[in-house]
Structures are given as C-alpha cells and as structure tokens.
Design a binder for this molecule. Structure first.
Ligand code: CA
Length: 224
C-alpha cells in the first residue's frame, strides 16, 4: 500500500520512511508543499502523512487544495507541539487524524492502520478471508491455523489484495503499490510472485481475472 509522506525535515522523513517500510507499507517521500499537492492530486495513495510547516506551500493549504479537488485519501497531520489552533484548523481543513511532534513511530503506524481499517475490509489489525489470516501488526500470515512464511514483498501483495477485497486489482496497480519507488519490476514479475504465493498458501484464494488482474473475493467459489 502506497503512503505519501510529506516532511521537509530529512531525519524525520527518513525515520517515517523506515518505520513504514518495516510495517509493510510502500512510502513515497516528498519534501515541499507544491510537490505534495501535485503528487497527491495525480497519483493514488492509500493515505498521506502530512507535515504542516513546509516550504513553498504549507501543509494546511495542501490539504485544503486536495479536499477542494476531491482527493479523499485519509490524511494524518503532523503538528507542532502545543499549537491547538493548528489542530483545529487541520481538522476543519479535512484531516482525519493528527499527531503532535515529537511522536513515536509506533503511534504513527497504529493510527495509520486504524485509518486504513476504517475504509477497508477489516475492523481489527487482522484480515481474514477463507481460512487465510493476515496480521498487519505482527506481519504474519497463516492458512487454516498453519503459519506460512512469506517475504516482505509477498506480504505487501497479500495485504493490498485483502485491503481491496472483492475488487479486481490490475497488475499495474499491484506493482505500484508493492514495489518501492527505486525498484523496477520485470513485466512478468507480478505473475511470478502470485504463482509463488499460491504454491505457498496451498489454497485457491487469489483468483485470476484474465486480462484484468487479480482478486481475493469476499465469498468463496471462484476459480483460479
Ligand atoms: Ca516541517
């Protein structure tokens, strides 16, 4: 799942990036408000982490612009300590949550997961579908109670499909949401990855819709 991170302080941006990667997300970092406005309006992200104090265009203006343009991804604002008026302005501007600096990365990740759950298929940090359980907090996968060892890339793929449960996801959309920015996957990489994952899971849970993409359905009975 791609997350847009807008933060101009290099060290904080780097720690957020690392924390997100370790939690199975695919972060994309930008460091000024203008670029953030553009990226958020033209690319698709599961959520954004947005600092308020930014060069070129401040975070609140970025957020107002996004909402005016119907960019509706969940947004967590990073606000300065003690500035309650900033938080009020942020919520008025359309923020879904905020964190006061300095914050613990664990808290950011937990709030991000909660936001994604609200719009996704699951109410807990776990996704369940036809015997498959994916635990987004412990980053573990099991099938009918048997733990399955998956790579971080395989985890990200399962996570994205489960988050979009019931919807067909194209190979292209999958690739942008599970590979990091600097990775350039081969044209058949997704096919190979899905094949490997199916063998590991041993259950027909990832369905193929020829010419369209892949799907984890909410009800069983599809063919693979
Ligand atoms: Ca800043």
């Amino acid at each position: 799942m791609r997350i847009l991170v807008v933060e101009d302080e290099v060290l904080i941006a780097e720690s957020i990036k690392i924390a997100l990667e370790e939690s199975g997300f695919v972060p994309e970092v930008v460091s000024d408000g203008d670029t953030a406005w553009f990226q958020g309006g033209t690319e698709s992200y599961a959520a954004a982490v947005l600092d308020i104090g930014l060069p070129k265009l401040d975070g609140l203006s970025v957020l107002r612009n996004w909402r005016k343009e119907k960019v509706d991804m969940p947004v967590i604002l990073l606000t300065a300590k003690g500035s309650w008026s900033e938080r009020v302005d942020g919520i008025d501007a359309g923020a879904d949550d905020y964190l006061v600096k300095p914050f613990h990365m664990e808290e950011l990740i937990a709030r991000l997961r909660a936001l994604l759950r609200r719009q996704g298929a699951s109410r807990t940090p776990q996704f369940e579908a036809r015997g498959l359980i994916l635990d987004t907090r412990q980053m573990k996968v099991s099938v009918n109670g048997t733990p399955i060892k998956v790579t971080p890339l395989e985890f990200r793929l399962l996570n994205f499909l489960l988050h979009n449960q019931g919807r067909v996801v194209s190979q292209e959309e999958l690739a942008t949401n599970i590979y990091y920015q600097d990775q350039e996957p081969d044209s058949n990489a997704i096919e190979v990855l899905v094949g490997r994952l199916r063998r590991k899971l041993k259950v027909d849970i990832i369905e193929t819709r020829r010419g369209f993409g892949y799907l984890i359905d909410t009800v069983s009975g599809g063919q693979t």
